[in-house]
Design a protein around this ligand. Structure first.
Ligand code: HEC
Length: 114
């Protein structure tokens, strides 16, 4: 499949190469935000391009040391302490850190109500 954005394709191919063959596709691991998630993020002042950038960071920078887990396998609340540990390891600047967190916030499931 040729994606119109070649930088995206390289990122996705790189992440796919890290996966154990056949386990999961890139879109299972890091789904594109659906329109509702984009709208929710937009209401919080996040641009759709930030979500695209955050997804790319997830599939590249976060895949340097280990294969990425599916973003949807943790809730938003479960992600926060993991990101607090992983972001410094990844040496993301403040903008990239915010983009990554916005992307995860947009696609990870909400925490179940107490
Ligand atoms: C410098 C190497 C490195 C980078 C870069 C890195 N990780 Fe990790 N990651 C680790 C190691 C080592 C572990 C296992 C030890 C741990 O949990 O602290 C881990 C564990 C994890 C876990 C499992 C944690 C748990 O509590 O079960 C997740 C999820 C994760 N990383 C996500 C990410 C994300 C998202 C990024 C990008 C922000 C990232 N990692 C970047 C090294 C890295």
């Amino acid at each position: 499949m040729v994606h119109p954005n070649s930088r995206f394709s390289r990122a996705a191919g790189f992440a796919a190469a890290l996966l154990i063959a056949g386990c999961a596709s890139v879109s299972d691991l890091a789904p594109e935000p659906d329109p509702a998630a984009v709208a929710r993020a937009g209401a919080g002042g996040v641009d759709a391009s930030d979500l695209v950038a955050g997804r790319r960071i997830y599939l590249t920078d976060c895949a340097r040391c280990h294969a990425p887990v599916a973003v949807t396998s943790l809730t938003r609340g479960q992600w926060n302490p993991v990101l607090d540990r992983m972001a410094p390891l990844t040496r993301l600047d403040a903008e990239k850190d915010a983009q990554l967190r916005s992307y995860i916030e947009a696609v990870a499931p909400a925490d179940p109500p107490d």
